[in-house]
Design a protein around this ligand. Structure first.
Ligand code: 3IX
Length: 227
């Protein structure tokens, strides 16, 4: 996640379900690095669990050790999901997000780059994202495209919810290195039309079209610089 320029009254965001949290940016980033390192190990654990061939007794011992570790993390917990928070500098963080959450071991996670044409992200998908043998699950493709296309529509200056998302799976998407892209192709009042794609080294595997809706009454900030 990148830093936000202060541009709007914080109160404008409360209506969109974002939670104001005045943790200073330096502290947010310190904690984010800590929790991200744990999530990275959880991601390794998921991959190791899928691919392990160790004997049953060893599986049971590892399970018991992990259960003890879960108990240690449960000692202090949020009352519910992590949500989206932002501070006075409009630095936002959504550590539980299914696609980009720093604390979420099931998020790939996607590192999204905003540029003048929209957004893109390079990602490597492993065994945890498999559908057909050796190929990315179609729902995972839709998940990742939904998010990057939503961020494209948002442009980090407004809230945009997915209204309609249409996928065209042109060929199987192999597990491994992939590029995701999103770009705005039209706008009509609160509707933002976005095109998206997933590509491997040989070209596009999935194309998507989406209509994203800016909820009525939510603000739009001035253009933000590219990151
Ligand atoms: C200001 C400072 C900003 C700083 C910004 C900083 C950070 C930004 C941070 C976060 C945002 C970042 C990224 C977003 C990233 C990822 C996105 C993930 C996307 C999701 O994962 S999100 C979850 C799945 N998503 C839902 O959970 C939606 C549930 N749903 C609803 O919340 C409503 O249903 C809604 C809001 C969609 C519409 O509600 P509404 O009341 O506003 O709509 P309304 O009836 O007024 O229609 C208005 C016009 O939209 C047309 N229209 C309506 N619905 C449509 C549909 N479904 N498809 C196509 N067109 C539709 C109408 O036909 C009309 O069109 P027309 O104007 O031409 O008549």
């Amino acid at each position: 996640m990148t830093s936000r320029q202060p541009s709007l009254r914080a109160s404008a965001w409360q209506a969109g379900g974002f939670v104001r949290d005045d943790t200073p940016t330096a502290e947010v980033e310190r904690r984010e690095a800590v929790i991200e390192s744990l999530a990275g190990t959880v991601r390794d654990l998921i991959d190791a669990t899928i691919r392990t061939t160790v004997e049953d007794d060893e599986v049971h011992r590892v399970r018991d050790d992990l259960a003890a570790l879960v108990d240690r993390l449960r000692v202090s917990q949020l009352p519910g999901p992590a949500g989206v928070r932002y501070n006075t500098e409009f630095r936002s963080w959504n550590w539980g997000n299914a696609v980009v959450g720093a604390a979420n071991g099931i998020a790939p996670p996607l590192r999204i780059v905003h540029d003048s044409d929209g957004c893109h992200a390079d990602v490597v998908l492993g065994a945890a994202y498999e559908g057909p043998p050796g190929l990315v699950h179609g729902g995972v493709s839709a998940l990742l495209l939904d998010h990057i296309m939503g961020e494209t529509a948002s442009g980090r200056r407004r809230t945009a919810f997915t209204g309609t998302l249409t996928m065209r799976y042109r060929r199987g998407t192999p597990l491994g290195p992939l590029r995701l892209e999103g770009r705005i192709v039209g706008e009509e009042r609160r509707k933002i039309f976005v095109a998206g794609s997933i590509s491997d080294a040989d070209g596009v595997t999935v194309e998507a079209e989406g209509v994203f809706i800016q909820p009525a009454g939510t603000p739009t900030a001035p253009e933000r610089p590219s990151t």
